[in-house]
Write a protein that binds this ligand. Structure first.
Ligand code: GLU
Length: 486
């Protein structure tokens, strides 16, 4: 049987990193097994819809390199599958369950349900629909039920959960699981407005789309016993389940918006490489080998196995993401870097910087930054005059003596025709030797003048890229500006 999986987000907001992980695992699993991965939009809850959410899910998935099958862009006639276009199917199926006695009509008003809950709470019971006392087809009888239906009295359809039997199923990550039938609520399947609930639509779709493996987040685990009962009620085979571990923050609490960015869009805007984000997200709850962390999408596909996924929550460690991005930054080919760099420079307002120059700067500083976006801020002095100088650094390194020494050095720096890092270094070192001082004294002073910052790339490489004219001008200007500061 060939593998068919689905990513089934609800369009209630922009795609979360947890959603990306679910999408990715489904995609990796499908590609690993030569199967199919479809996108299904679960928009049955019309009150929680967010405009643009579907477009965002699709465009972010595409950005990350996840393509869904059976969609027009993959040459398919469908897709994404959208539940709101399939309501008739769910209604028909709810009716089937009524007909075979595994679901029933219930007519309770919300006030009646509220008082039921209050009664249960007072008695120290967990809230659960009490089929034996409430107003449903069993307590009202067939005749009254028929009359109410004919009158179009507001009603829902509920699943008739067997009260005695335990529900058992196997989870590919968690093993064999058992849920007590007594704890499972008579789930509403069709709401009073005729719309299906998530549970009904989800199961009907997974069956009708021939989904073989349901791979989703752990937060859906409590729903699974209801789904298993629904499959049984329909007389359908149950698919395989795999519930992925929760994402936690570094304090081992459920990852939330309070911890900073959680939507994939935010990470994209912040300048993370899609390769790094995908690599990072892929390892949230799974790792093929203990001794390696960097994997391309093709390698992930090749190595992916749900059996190796962890049960324990996965810590979303932003520092690790930074580290991973910096690894990609160091190895990314120039064409890719240029693609990222050009809009970043534009955005930072350095519009007349040539891409070649920006790339040179990126190469210069890339061991010291983690994202392409860091370039304009980290190396602003490469794209315009030094506007601010670190005060402490200035105080420490700009003395009357250094000022005099730099003044003497300046004409020597005018000499070389070939303004190369090694050449500049040789001049500075020769001067230091002549004065009997350590070259580092010059290096600090020049770094202060050229960059204004205490931290940066190799000074002489920086000076080479800036060019002779610019460097000499900066030295002259700085010396004049600061001549009376002692
Ligand atoms: N629609 C659910 C969500 O928003 C998906 C549940 C499932 O995959 O079964 O995450």
């Amino acid at each position: 049987m060939s593998v068919r999986v689905r990513f089934a987000p609800s369009p209630t907001g922009y795609l979360h990193v947890g959603g990306l992980r679910t999408a990715l695992y489904n995609y990796l699993f499908a590609r690993h097994h030569g199967g199919v991965c479809v996108l299904r939009i679960e928009d049955t809850d019309r009150t929680r819809l967010v405009e643009d959410a579907v477009e965002n899910i699709i465009s972010i998935s595409r950005w990350a390199g996840i393509e869904y099958d059976e969609s027009p862009e993959k040459g398919g006639p469908y897709g994404p599958y959208t539940q709101s276009e399939r309501f008739d199917l769910y209604r028909e199926h709810a009716q089937k369950l009524i007909d075979n006695g595994t679901a029933y009509y219930a007519f309770d008003t919300s006030d009646e349900l509220d008082s039921m809950r209050i009664r249960q709470q007072a008695a120290g019971l967990a809230p659960k629909y009490d089929r034996s006392t409430m107003r449903n087809q069993y307590t009202l009888g067939a005749e009254e039920t028929a009359r109410l239906l004919k009158e179009n009295a507001p009603h829902v359809i509920r699943l008739k959960v067997p009260l005695t039997a335990d529900v058992r199923f196997h989870d590919m990550i968690r093993g064999d699981l058992v849920f007590g039938g007594r704890d499972i609520d008579d789930q509403i399947l069709l709401k009073s407005d005729g719309f299906p609930t998530y549970h009904l639509a989800n199961v009907v779709d997974d069956y009708s789309m021939k989904i073989t493996h349901v791979i989703r987040g752990e937060e859906w685990l409590p729903s699974t016993p209801k789904h298993v009962l629904l499959y049984e009620a329909f007389g359908w085979p149950v698919p395989q389940f795999a519930h992925l571990p929760l994402l936690l923050d570094v304090n081992k609490k459920k990852l939330s918006k309070r911890d900073g960015d959680v939507s994939v869009e935010d990470f994209r805007t912040a300048g993370y490489f899609k390769e790094a984000l995908v690599n990072f997200v892929a390892l949230l709850g799974w790792n093929p080998t203990a001794d390696r962390e960097i994997f391309s999408m093709d390698e992930l596909i090749q190595l992916f196995s749900l059996e190796k996924a962890n049960k324990a929550g996965a810590v979303f460690d932003r520092q690790k993401l930074e580290w991973m991005n910096s690894q990609y930054l160091r190895s990314m080919p120039d064409e890719e870097l240029l693609k990222e760099l050009t809009p970043v420079m534009d955005e930072a307002g350095f519009k007349n910087v040539t891409p070649e120059y920006a790339l040179k700067v990126l190469h210069l500083v890339r061991e010291r930054i983690t994202k392409v976006n860091d370039v304009p801020r980290f190396a602003d002095y490469m794209f315009g005059p030094v506007t601010t100088v670190e005060e402490e650094y200035f105080k420490k390194h700009w003395t009357a003596e250094t000022a005099r020494r730099v003044e003497n050095l300046l004409p020597k720096l005018e000499n070389p025709d070939n303004w190369k890092s090694a050449e500049i270094e040789a001049i500075v070192k020769a001067e230091a030797t002549e004065l009997g001082i350590k070259p580092v004294a010059f290096i600090h002073a020049l770094r202060l003048i050229i960059t204004g910052k205490s931290v940066g790339a190799t000074l002489f490489d920086t000076m080479e890229i800036l060019g002779k004219q610019e460097c000499l001008q900066r030295i002259q200007h700085f010396s004049t500006e600061n001549s009376d500061k002692f």
